[in-house]
Write a protein that binds this ligand. Structure first.
Ligand code: COA
Length: 335
């Protein structure tokens, strides 16, 4: 970084990348473990299979692979990257995994840090990184969403374990002085409803010496009230997108793609209906990956870019939502 560039007014989208683990866990295989069926999972969620990180795979490795392919698409020299933001709730290191990704990338001039906002994490990280670019402090940023939910799911709880999978995606964004392809955004949180979905710390009471007690660290598996989370998503997501459209004077007709956090096909369909998006405009790949938390949005973007579904200059309305509770929306133009 060499001082602030006040001419930088916006961001452009330069590249995308993704990585999913090799192991595939189908609905059929899950039904060997818990009392469920392929038919039940497919009809209630749209999910057929998910990827599970093997012993050699983790958030740092998946995030690195996704970031590297975004950098290659952008045709950037790694030395020119100023900022790396990793959205994750499942880092390899609670002190942060982004610097480990920076090291693997050899992005020696970048500052790297983690950001935690569960399934809204990628969207919040994209908006955060964009502010550094628009403010003129940095020129090039990599935004990564990566999660390894398989490590924190209770594989005996059929109400939640069927939903999640592991994966990562990344995008490369650059500051511009001509236009802003992050057309607008909205972010919300409501800690009052936080108990609907969490991955809480599980502390064990112990003492260091007499009369000095402490809690040793650890985590309980994911706890979820599925029905409440469902109601939250189908109510709040359309509202926040409508509000964003109003702010930037847009409507569904002007948008090419609706790209929601991939949680449940029924949520995607319901939000799409409420916003009057035709089915063909709603991007979905959760059939293959389930809910990869912060990974879903960039994973979906990358897939759609690489198979030429999303094209240069397409307008995308995107929304992340989940634990916190947290939710947000952004309107972007690819390119
Ligand atoms: N297989 C078979 N039966 C199951 C099951 C499973 N995997 N999970 C729950 N059931 C049963 C329940 O025990 C219940 O049985 P009962 O009526 O005998 O008590 C019945 O199916 C209905 O349960 P319910 O919780 O009402 O199902 P649902 O239609 O709400 O679907 C979810 C459950 C989890 C799929 C749905 O609530 C959901 O997707 N919520 C949003 C979760 C989410 O997106 N979380 C992440 C947000 S980022």
């Amino acid at each position: 970084m060499e001082g602030i560039n006040f001419n930088q007014i916006g961001v452009s989208f330069k590249g995308s990348g993704s990585y999913v683990p090799k192991q595939i866990l189908t609905n059929h295989k899950i039904s060997d473990k818990v009392d469920t069926s392929d038919e039940w999972i497919k009809s209630r969620t749209g999910i057929s299979q998910r990827r599970i990180a093997g012993l050699e795979e983790n958030v740092t490795q998946m995030g690195y692979k996704a970031a590297m392919s975004a950098i290659q698409m952008a045709k950037w020299d790694v030395e020119t990257i100023d900022l790396i933001v990793l959205a994750t709730s499942t880092p390899n290191d609670l002190f942060g995994s982004a610097p480990a990704i920076q090291a693997k990338l050899c992005a020696n001039n970048a500052v790297a840090f983690d950001l935690t906002a569960a399934c809204s994490g990628f969207l919040f990280a994209l908006i955060t990184a964009s502010q550094f670019l628009k403010g003129g402090s940095y020129k090039r940023a990599i935004v990564i969403g990566a999660d390894q939910m398989s490590s924190y799911v209770d594989w005996n709880d059929r109400r939640s374990c069927i939903l999640f999978g592991d994966g990562a995606g990344a995008i490369a964004i650059e500051a511009t002085n001509e236009f802003d392809n992050l057309i607008g955004f909205n972010m919300r949180t409501d800690g009052q409803r936080g108990s609907f979905l969490n991955l809480p710390s599980k502390n064990k009471k112990d003492s260091i010496i007499d009369k000095i007690e402490y809690s040793s660290g650890g985590f309980s598996p994911v706890q979820m009230n599925g029905q409440e989370v469902y109601k939250f998503a189908v109510r709040e997501v359309p509202l926040i997108i409508k509000d964003l459209f109003k702010k930037v004077n847009y409507n569904s007709d002007k948008v090419d793609w609706l790209l929601l956090h991939q949680a449940n096909q029924r949520i995607l369909d319901s939000v799409g209906d409420k916003l009057k998006f035709s089915k063909e405009k709603i991007l979905s790949n959760l059939q293959n990956y389930g809910n990869t938390s912060a990974g879903t949005i960039p994973l979906m973007i990358d897939e759609a870019i690489r198979n030429n579904t999303i094209k240069q200059n397409d307008i995308i309305a995107t929304s992340g939502f989940g634990a916190g509770l947290s939710w947000g929306a952004a309107l972007i133009q690819w390119g």
